[in-house]
Each structure stands twice: as structure tokens, then as C-alpha cells.
Ligand binder design. Sequence first.
Ligand SMILES: [Zn+2]
Length: 417
Amino acid sequence: MSAYREGREPVRHKPLALLCAQCAQRRVVRNADDTFVCERCDLEQPVFAVTPLPSDPVAKEWRGLPEGMAKTTVEDLTAFAREMGITEPAASLTVACNGLGVVVEVATSSGHPVGVDLRVNVAGLPPVTLRVETKEHVDAKRTGLTVEVQTGDAAFDERVFVESAAAPEDLALTLASPAVRRAIVTVLDHVGSVELTELGIEVGLRGEGACAPARLRELVLALRTIAGAPRVLSPSTEETPRRVNVARAVLFCVAPIVLAPLIHALHRYATFSVLIGVVAAGLAGLVWLVLQPPLRRLVAGRSRSHLDFAMLRGVLLGDLFVAALAALLLVNGAGDRSAPRHVELVAYEVGYDSEDHQAIVYAMDGPEKHSFSFDDPQRRIHLPATVTATFRQGRLGFPWQQGNAVVHWSSDDAKGK
Ligand SMILES: [Zn+2]
């Protein structure tokens, strides 16, 4: 009736659960009521809170310094702990905030403090990563590649990028609470991203000022508000489309498949010309560009589409380059109809690779410099020396060496390539 009077549809939503804003009692809401009364503390409150309840966190538990952590290293967290009434050095404390515990602790890396972690252990939130929205996100959305849940709250939608495999309607319900949206924006004023998981919320503050009590207090309240957000009772996930998984599997499987012929081609038909790599890169790049639009269409439509697209196009470029190089080498070498040219070259320098126990023999073929490697564990190869080899012109004009070269020096011979 009231819906008729106000000229709009009544709000409909899936059954949801949330935590009382005052005492954190879990409450299930099955109908479209705007408000509910907490069974434990009797507070009547909106389902989708507009403002968080004011709260002053109080210390519930705390832990002193672990063995080996110097007193001075947690000097900064002490200021916050002291505000909570703890005068001894604390590495970790749990504060109660509107009935819910928020853990605040010194984060360490190899025993050294690097900042402060804040954590709320709470079940049922939709798994989602909330990020500060970047130009990359905006571009991906504008081109239709990536689709993100919009809340209709311009300030939130512009500031926050919602990245999740949770169903959009489930996310929309969690974000329907203005107090929760504001709390998320508050958190993102301090960190680049915050992750909600089935186990709760964790935020890592790093760098200068990570332990400022005012900052920690603000974050504790924000995390408490987010932790109480409405969440669906039966969450559904937006599965990655089959076509995206197939494309990913194909592109990753193709890599070893095209690598095998390349290794074979490099072993038998390696050319002296680095130009073949440039040509292969050019060919691969052209095909890659042509394949961008269909690949983009294939992955489009989800909040992680821009990430899938970046990953898949990277793998595709690698696959195409390897395939192009293998194909060029094989056509150039295996398809070569030119007459073999047997040469005898006079070496002008002999180097030594002590790691591989190989002699590197340098010689000129007209204006062309060549180097040949020969196994030489006893370092016997020396000047004066000559190298005999068979050169071919290459079907595509990239000269290559057929078979092994042979080096002659003094009275001794060795075989190599
Ligand atoms: Zn309550």
C-alpha cells in the first residue's frame, strides 16, 4: 500500500543476515522491512544503515612482545595501546567495538616490524576485493571490457572498484548500506585495497604513520561497520564463463606445443641472421593485433575481465612469437633448395668458455664474422687453425649452417658446431 502511495516498487531482496550495529548479534532478515529490532539489545535500527553507530573501542585482550622483539620496535603501537588503557608494550591487542573484536597488531617481516595489521574475524561476507579505482579500471569499463557493480552512490562508484566473483546482486545488497559504503571509502583513504573473505576482513597499514592512534581508531570503526554489513544467506558466485577457461587452457597448452618445434628448428636450422627474430616478432605482433578484438569480446563482461584480458593477451603474444620463429626457421632451413656451400675459413682468434669447457673459434667468411664452439675439455685448440663448414643460403634468405663444423689445428682435429 505504501509502495502504491509513494509511487515506487517495494524494496525486494534475498533473505539476508547482518550484525546488530550496537551489540553485533547476528540477525536474519527475510522480508523487505526497513528496520528491525535486535533480539539481544532491543535497539531498533535500519536494515541498510545510513550512519554507523558511534562507538569507543575498548581493549579486550592484548599480547606483550614476543621473544626477541625489541621494545623500541613497537614503540609506536604503544601510543594506541595506551589510549586503550594498556601501559606495557603490546605487539597485539584486540579491541571490542560495538560488540565485535578487532585485532590490531604489529606486522613483521623476518622479525622486523613493517607496519600494523588490522583484522576482524567474521563469517558470511561476500568475497570481494575493494580497490581504489584507477584509470585502468575506468578505461576497462568504458570500453565494455569490464563490468562492475554500480551502487548509484556517485562518490562511492567513482572512488571504489569492486572486484569479485560473487554474484552482482549479492554484492549490491552488501553495498546497499550507505554506512558500509562510507566505511569502505574510509579504509581506502589509508590503503590501496581491502579484501573481504569468508573469514573476515584484513587491512595492512605500511610505512610512515602506520601506528598513528587516530588512524588506527578510524580504521577500527570502519572495519567494524563493514563487518556488520548485510549479506545474503545463500551466496551465489558468477562462474568464470567456460569459454574463458577454455581459452586460458588452450593458450597455456599451446606454449609447450610450439616450443618443441622451435627447439628442434634452433638445433638444426639456426641462422646467423638476427633479422629472423625481428621478422618473427613483426609477424606475431600483426596476428596478435588482429586477434585483440575477438579475445576482448571473449573475456568481457565481468569485474575481473581486464585482468583476464591482460593475462591472456600476454600469453597469446608469447605463443605467437614462438610459433612464428619456429615456422620461419623450419621453412628457411628444411625447405632450403639452395646448393650447399663448403667453406674453409681461417681462424683469427680462439676463446674459451670455461663453464662449458668449449673453445670458441672466430673466423671470417668474406665480410661476415662467424664463431664456432667445439668441446675442448683439455684446451688443446689453438691458432693457427681452420674451420670447415657447410653453409646454405636459406629458403627465405636467412643463411644457416648445415651439420657440424670441423676445426683443424696443428695435427689434431675436433668436431663441433
Ligand atoms: Zn543488539
